[in-house]
Design a protein around this ligand. Structure first.
Ligand SMILES: Nc1ncnc2c1ncn2[C@@H]1O[C@H](COP(=O)(O)OP(=O)(O)OP(=O)(O)O)[C@@H](O)[C@H]1O
Length: 281
């Protein structure tokens, strides 16, 4: 009987998908922007990710949730080879961006990280002006042919990150003088400025107050139409609010991956249900 599949307890924070949301949740049959297949990650002898396969799609936010230490950030970092910077880390499996192996010898990792940008937990603007924080990437990637063009990219990126109106009269002030929430939007503008295709966010709101968090969530919603976004979050309400797909990790395994509305209202796996109903984590 169908009712046997319903959660034992109602989950209060996620409502079933509206027709509008369902219409947006287009088929998974189309070619994914990124494809991760059989990914395992080891830190020395310890295995942190076990044989995880996930597709990341355009026009969609994919949330990675799960208890502390389950490997969410480790997996996210595989997607733009940030684990390369950790000497003890070893990654096996295949990750493709538009069908190209990101670990292939001909893949330029600087280009990769421009195409697959990252926003970290703690806002980390450069100790430079607001303008320079955003202009730096386009300049080193040769994206502007003139000063005017560079200024246009900076303005467009700050507008897209929802920060322009707050900083347009003080572009020469230090990025580090902004509030935490503004700094995080500056970091998002910095990622956007090099014209990425995917944006990875590793708990981007965990250092922010509720108002700044709401602004970032609104921004994620707006950015979704342009970029594939993957976000690690501890906050299940946030995952339910901002994402269309959710991946639940536990002890390095991908337990369940599916439509966010289904994961939060009708999960297939007992472990997912236990987590979303607060039984552990
Ligand atoms: N640089 C590292 N060196 C060794 N072990 C690490 C390193 N980074 C993470 N780990 C280990 O890998 C496992 C997964 O960690 P990871 O940070 O990816 O989990 P997480 O789900 O993102 O956790 P949290 O929600 O607490 O940030 C943990 O056991 C952690 O201790």
């Amino acid at each position: 009987m169908e009712d046997d599949n319903l959660p034992a307890e109602p989950v209060s924070f996620a409502s079933p998908a509206t027709a509008h949301e369902q219409a947006e949740q287009v088929s998974d049959d189309r070619t994914p922007k990124m494809r991760a297949e059989s990914i395992s990650v080891f830190y020395g002898p310890k295995q942190a990710i076990k044989n995880v396969s996930i597709n990341i799609h355009d026009d969609r936010v994919t949330a990675f949730i799960g208890p502390s230490g389950c490997g969410k950030s480790t997996f996210l970092r595989c997607l733009n080879r940030m684990n390369d910077t950790i000497p003890a880390a070893r990654v096996t499996g295949l990750i493709e961006l538009d069908g190209h192996d990101i670990n292939a010898p001909d893949m330029d990792v600087v280009q990769l990280r421009a195409r697959v940008g990252m926003v970290f937990q703690k806002p980390n603007p450069f100790p430079k002006s607001i303008f320079e924080n955003v202009a730096y990437g386009p300049r080193i990637h040769g994206l502007a042919n003139s000063k005017n063009e560079l200024a246009e990219i900076v303005e467009k990126s700050l507008k897209r990150a929802g920060l322009w109106d707050e900083v347009k009269d003080r572009l020469n002030e230090s990025g580090t003088a902004l509030s935490g929430g503004q700094q995080q939007r500056l970091c998002i503008a910095r990622a956007i400025a090099v014209d990425p295709e995917v944006i990875l966010m590793d708990e981007p709101c965990s250092a922010l107050d509720p108002i700044a968090t709401a602004k970032i969530e609104e921004l994620i919603h707006e950015l979704r139409g342009r970029y594939a976004i993957a976000i690690v979050t501890h906050n299940m309400q946030q995952a339910a609010r901002v994402s269309q797909r959710t991946a639940f990790f536990h002890l390095g395994e991908l337990v369940e991956y599916g439509k966010t509305s289904e994961i939060f209202t009708n999960p297939r796996e007992q472990r997912t249900q236990d987590y979303i109903t607060g039984r552990y984590g």
